[in-house]
Structures are given as structure tokens and as C-alpha cells.
Design a protein around this ligand. Sequence first.
Ligand code: GUN
Length: 283
Amino acid sequence: MTATIIDGKAFAGRVREKVAAHVARLKEEHGITPGLAVVLVGDDPASEVYVRSKGKMTKAVGMLSLEYRLQADAAQDEVMRVVAELNANPEVHGILVQLPLPRHMDEAEVLAAIDPAKDVDGFHISNVGLLGTGQRAMVPCTPLGCLMMLRDHHGDLTGMDAVVIGRSNIVGKPMAQLLLGESCTVTIAHSRTRNLADVVRRADIVVAAVGRPKMVPGDWIKPGATVIDVGINRTEDGLVGDVDFASAVEVAGAITPVPGGVGPMTIACLLANTVTACCRAND
Ligand code: GUN
């Protein structure tokens, strides 16, 4: 039997509709328009694509979209000034500094300067700490999107064995925290994990976020398991995930495709986080 395909594109469309309805209500009933500012430093082509797409979708749901572009050789101080300006701007409820920043910049210093209440990426240490201690936090968009799809598919996740492959601050670690919050038994595996195949074979839920094309073959997947593929790898075969979809789809119970799985959910969650930040700011 082949797996159910979890259609992230359709799901993201529904999330955006809900966000648009919420934005319309905020405008009508409170005269507030949620605003998202995106800061892009340099001209990395992939980042350009993401930033353009974020701007388009922000406007499409009725929110204010601001874009700040700095040259690749901009000084750290310039970025810090933009962040300070956005922190102080009452029209801006969400701030996203597109990563990676150019090498000469201190990423940690920039992320630490963002007002945690406007940190729609959930990368500020305060939000990381709040999430890690089970308190109300801004949650990073990609793992939030993964969790929404898992909840939608399974309902209650209590007691399930979840393996997260990848230990990044952006995806792996917050994903593990979110799954712990759902009372899963969570293993964080990574490139140095011994017997990774055996670790993955135990899992009811596999979240692959290592950035290695087709690294997880179908015969690592427990029959019936749910597979969430966060990987977006550009190869000669086009965009592929971290999971070998062709073999995994024959074994899994449900699986997200690449493209059309996790990717679209990330921006939808960014918009949802911006509305959340706006509502909290006006509580
Ligand atoms: N670069 C790749 N993914 C992300 C993300 O989720 N947020 C930001 N700010 N930059 C990224």
C-alpha cells in the first residue's frame, strides 16, 4: 500500500485563508493592520526568492509588508540600526532578518537585538527559552508548520516515538521541543548518530531536516510511519527532499512531498505568527 500524501500546499492555502479572515477582522473591529518587515542583506539568489515570496503573500492576506535591503558589504551597525528602527515602529508587529547573513556579520548579535515580541522567526534566545520551558513563545515557522500537519493527520500525538534527524537551531531543536510538548518520546539524531537506520526504524514519526538529498531510504522507515521531509535540496534531478520519496512512499503511512509539503507551510506559519504577535501587542 502506498502512503497518504500530506498536501502541504493545500494545507498552507487553508492557513492563509484563516489568517486573511483574522486580518480583516482586526481591521474592521479594531482598526489595526498587522505589519511584517523583512530584512535582506546581500543578494543571495535563494534568499531573494524567499523574500519576494514572503512579501507577496503578506500583501495577499491583507497585511502591511515592509522590505529593507542592505548591500552585501553593509556594516553590522547598519543592520543593527534597521532592527532598532523596526523595534520602535508601532506599525511593525513582526521582524524577520533573512538568514544566512553575510559572513562578516555577527548573526547572534542581530537576532538578539530583535524585540522578542516581534520575533516572528522565534530565533531570539528569550523565545528559545520560553519554548524549551513549555511557556508561551514565538515558535519557529518551519517546525510549527510540521507540527500543524502532524496534528492534522494524527490528532493526538501522545506517546508516539518521534525521531528528528537534524539538530539545527532553526528546525531540529525546536521541532524536538514541540514534539516533547505533545508528549511524544523524542530522539534527536544527526549526521554523527551511530546506527541511524536502526534509530529511524523505531519511529512512528520521522522528521528529516539534515539537508542531504535522499539520505533516508524507504527501508529505514517503519511500515505505517508518518514522514515529514523538511529537506529542500537542489540537485540535477531538480528539488528533492532528505527522504527518498519513491521508496519511502511504498512503506510510510503518510508522507510530505518535496516540493509541496513543508515548504509552503513555512510562509503560512510566518503570516500566522505575525497575526499572533499583533494580537499579543494589542492585548
Ligand atoms: N533562512 C532559511 N530559513 C529561514 C527562516 O526560517 N527564517 C529566516 N529568517 N531565515 C531563513
